[in-house]
Design a binder for this molecule. Structure first.
Ligand code: MIC
Ligand code: SF4
Length: 645
C-alpha cells in the first residue's frame, strides 16, 4: 500500500493499536527534549517512576526559558536539571546555548525519527523530517522510561507547495497564510505534511519556521520530506551520516489537500490577540510602532538575523522604537559576531539579548501601556508580553526590521532590493555547552523551591460540586497558568497554584480552596487549553480540587494533560447547554466511575437549576483507566504496568 510520510513514520514506530485514523495508537519515541520551565516537573515525575535507566536513543534537557534568575529559584532548578541529567546520561544544554528547538534542529534532530518534547513547539523538528510532537512533561517522563506515546492516529492534510517565494516574502508569511486558511481551532487530530515542487525552494530553517508555528493550528505536528536540502543542512552541521531520504509514495493518499503557490503570497501579520487573526502588512501601513522584538524559536536562525543585520546596516533606529534582538542559539550568535553582523545590529541601536526565550514568554521587554509591539514570535495572546494593554503583531524578521527602520508599520517590499542571504556550507560546531557525562552516583541537587509532584486520589464514585469558573472560547494555557513573572514557581505547585486563572479571575484559587471538600468544575467554550504544553495548567487546577472540565471542545495537549492528572475532560453533547449553565451552579455526577469505565455519554444534573444535560465521555481504554486511577503516576505504579518498556 502506498504510504505518505506520516504513515511511514507511524508504521515504523507502531507499538500498539492499528494505523487507522481515529484509533488510539502507541508509538515508540526515539528522542526526547525538555526545557527548564516544564522539565523540572517532568524529571521529578520521572524520578517518581523509579526506573534506573533511560530507554531513549537520545534525550536532551535544555535551559532556555527561565534564564532571568531574579532570585535563587531559576538557578536552583538549573542545578537540579544538571545533576539529574548527569545521573541518567541525559544531555544538558546550559543556559546560553540557545532555545531548545533551534539547538535541537542544529545539533540533534534526525529525519525519520520520533521526537517527544515537553514544549508545544517541538514540531520545529518537522523541518528536518522528524515526527516531532509536543506533550506534557509527564508524557516525556513516560517516554524516558520506555513507554510508548499514545496519540489518536491522525488524519493527514497535505499542503502541496508550488512556485517560489517572491523577494521579501518569507516562511513566516507561509505559515501565517496557512493559519488564515485553517484558523487556530478545529484542527485537533490532524498532521500537516508538506509536499510538492515548492518544497525544494525552502531551506531547513525556513521549513522549521513553518512547522514550528504549525503548533498554533492545534494539529498534532507538521512535517517536511527529507531531501537533498536536508542532507546539505546536516552536512553543514557535520551530521550528514544521520541523513535518510523521506518522501511520500507516488500514489500516497491524504485526507485533505490544500495547494499553495508560494509565488502568490505577500507579507502578513497576525494581529492581536491570536496567531489566527491574520491580515496583510500593507493594510496597516503607517501605524506608529513602539517596540520591535526579533528572536524566538520561530525566527532566530542565522539567515533570519543576518538578513535583519543587512537591512539595518548603516542606518539608525527610529527614536521612539525599542528594538530587542535575541539570536536563537550560541551557534547563530557566534556567526553574527564572526562576520560583523552583530556590530551592524549594535550600531543600528538594537538591544542584544541572550540566546533564550526571553521576551517571547514575557521574561522581560514588557512593552509600554497600549504599545504596538511587532514581534517575530509565534504567540500574541493578550498579556503574554507582560503588558495587558499591549497590542502584539506577529511578523517575519523582514517585516519587523522594516518597521524598526521606519518607526511605523511598513511592508518590507517598500524598501527596495532585499538582501539575499545563503545558508552557509559549514556551520561553526561547538557543543561545549552541552554537558554529557553519566555518573550514577551523583547526588541530585534539590533547592528549597523544588517540591514533589502532587499526589492524587483515585476517582470517587460520585462527584458533587460547583462550577467554580465559566469561561469563553479560545482560553489558552497562558490564561489558565500565566508564565512571565510567575514562571519561577514552576517547581512549587502550592505556590504556583495561587495564580491559576490570574488574568481571568484572580479570586479563582481561593474560591476553589474554600470548596475543596467538594468537587470544583470548570465550564468552557470552544478550543479550551490552546497554546502551550505546560502541564501546570492541569496540575495546579487539580491541586485546587478541580475534577472535571466541561467544554465545547478541548485542544489535544491540554486534553492529555488533564487526563494525566486525573481531571475528566467532558464535551457537551448539545452545545446550547453551555449557555444554560452558570458559574456557581451546583452539579451532581452520580456514579461517574461507572460511566468513565463503560459509557460514551453521561447525564449530569444541574442541582441549582434543576435540569439534566448530557456530556461525551469519549476516551480510549487506557485513558479510562488513567482517569479512574486519578492520573498517570498512580496508573503506571500498578504492578502489572511497571514494566518500563
Ligand atoms: C510557550 O511558548 O508557551 C512555552 C513557554 O514554550 C510553552 C511551554 C511552557 O509553558 O513552559 C509551550 O509552548 O509549550
Ligand atoms: Fe521559547 Fe517562545 Fe519558543 Fe516557547 S515559543 S519555546 S517561549 S521561544
Amino acid at each position: 500500500m502506498a504510504l505518505n510520510i506520516v504513515q511511514k513514520i507511524i508504521k515504523s514506530h507502531l507499538v500498539e493499536g492499528e494505523m487507522k485514523p481515529g484509533e488510539a495508537v502507541g508509538i515508540k519515541i526515539d528522542q526526547t527534549l525538555t526545557q527548564d520551565a516544564t522539565g523540572t516537573m517532568a524529571y521529578l515525575e520521572f524520578e517518581a517512576m523509579n526506573i534506573p535507566e533511560i530507554k531513549t536513543e537520545l534525550s536532551v534537557s535544555y535551559v532556555d526559558h527561565n534564564t532571568s534568575q531574579m532570585g535563587f529559584e531559576n538557578a536552583d532548578d538549573h542545578k537540579y536539571l544538571q545533576t539529574i541529567a548527569e545521573k541518567f546520561g541525559i544531555r544538558y544544554s546550559k543556559a546560553g546555548n540557545g532555545i531548545c528547538h533551534q539547538v535541537h534542529l542544529e545539533r540533534f534532530g534526525l529525519p525519520g525519527k520520533t521526537l517527544l518534547g515537553s514544549d508545544s513547539h517541538t514540531p520545529t523538528g518537522g523541518g528536518i523530517g522528524m515526527m516531532a510532537i509536543g506533550s506534557g512533561g509527564l508524557d516525556v517522563a513516560c517516554a524516558l522510561v520506555g513507554l510508548p506515546f499514545y496519540i489518536t492516529c491522525p488524519k493527514v492534510l497535505k499542503v502541496d507547495l508550488s512556485g517560489k517565494l517572491n523577494f521579501w516574502v518569507t516562511a513566516k508569511d507561509v505559515i501565517l497564510y496557512i493559519l488564515e486558511l485553517l484558523s487556530t481551532k478545529g484542527n485537533v487530530g490532524w498532521v500537516v505534511e508538506f509536499g510538492g515542487d515548492g518544497v525544494k525552494t525552502l531551506s531547513v530553517p525556513e521549513r522549521a519556521t513553518i512547522t514550528n508555528m504549525g503548533a498554533e493550528l492545534g494539529v498534532t505536528t507538521s512535517i517536511f520530506p527529507s531531501d537533498e536540502i536536508t542532507r546539505s543542512f546536516l552536512k553543514a552541521q557535520d551530521r550528514e551520516s544521520g541523513w535518510v531520504e523521506l518522501k511520500a509514495d507516488a500514489s500516497a493518499e491524504y485526507d485533505r489537500v490544500i495547494n499553495i503557490d508560494l509565488g502568490t503570497l505577500t507579507p502578513r501579520f497576525a494581529t492581536p490577540h491570536s496567531p489566527g487573526n491574520v491580515c496583510l502588512v500593507k493594510e496597516l501601513a503607517g501605524t506608529k510602532v513602539d517596540q520591535v522584538c526579533i528572536g524566538s524559536c520561530t525566527n532566530a536562525s542565522y539567515k533570519d538575523l543576518k538578513t535583519v543585520a543587512s537591512m539595518v546596516k548603516g542606518k539608525k533606529l527610529s527614536a521612539h522604537v525599542s528594538l530587542a534582538v535575541a539570536p536563537g542559539s550560541k551557534q547563530v550568535f557566534k556567526m553574527l559576531a564572526d562576520n560583523g553582523a552583530l556590530l551592524d545590529l549594535i550600531d543600528f541601536g538594537a538591544r542584544i539579548m541572550e540566546s533564550a526565550c526571553g521576551f517571547c514568554i514575557g521574561n522581560g521587554q514588557a512593552p509600554c501601556t497600549d504599545a504596538i509591539s511587532i514581534r517575530t514570535n509565534n504567540r500574541n495572546f493578550k498579556g503574554r508580553s507582560g503588558t495587558a494593554s499591549a497590542n502584539v503583531y506577529l511578523a517575519s524578521p523582514e517585516t519587523a526590521a522594516a518597521c524598526a527602520i521606519t518607526g511605523v508599520i511598513t511592508d518590507p517590499r517598500d524598501l527596495g532590493i532585499s538582501p539575499q542571504i545563503e545558508i552557509p556550507d559549514d556551520f561553526p560546531i561547538d557543543d561545549s555547552m552541552v554537558f554529557f557525562k553519566k555518573n550514577k552516583d551523583v547526588k541530585i541537587y534539590r533547592g528549597p523551591n523544588i517540591g514533589d509532584p502532587p499526589q492524587s486520589e483515585p476517582l470517587t464514585k460520585d462527584l458533587v460540586g460547583e462550577v467554580a469558573l465559566k469561561v469563553e472560547d479560545k482560553i489558552t494555557t497562558d490564561h489558565i497558568m500565566p508564565a512571565g513573572i510567575r514562571l519561577k514557581y514552576r517547581s512549587n505547585i502550592p505556590k504556583y497554584s495561587q495564580f491559576v486563572f490570574e488574568p481571568v479571575d484572580p479570586t479563582f484559587p481561593n474560591r476553589c480552596l474554600s470548596n475543596k471538600e467538594k468537587a470544583n468544575f470548570i465550564v468552557a467554550g470552544l478550543s479550551y487549553g490552546q497554546g502551550s504544553s505546560r502541564e501546570h495548567a492541569a496540575i495546579c487546577p487539580a491541586y485546587l480540587g478541580v475534577k472535571a472540565v466541561i467544554a465545547k471542545s478541548i485542544e489535544r495537549i491540554h486534553w492529555a494533560n488533564l487526563i494525566n492528572f486525573g481531571i475528566i475532560p467532558m464535551m457537551f453533547v448539545n452545545e446550547n447547554d453551555y449557555d444554560k449553565i452558570e458559574q456557581s451552579d451546583e452539579l451532581s455526577m452520580k456514579e461517574i466511575t461507572k460511566a468513565v469505565k463503560y459509557e460514551e455519554t453521561f447525564i449530569i444534573k444541574n442541582i441549582k437549576k434543576n435540569y439534566n444535560f448530557e456530556v461525551k465521555l469519549e476516551f480510549s481504554k487506557r485513558e479510562r483507566e488513567i482517569i479512574l486511577a486519578g492520573g498517570v503516576l498512580n496508573y503506571i505504579s500498578k504492578p502489572e504496568l511497571k514494566k518500563g518498556g
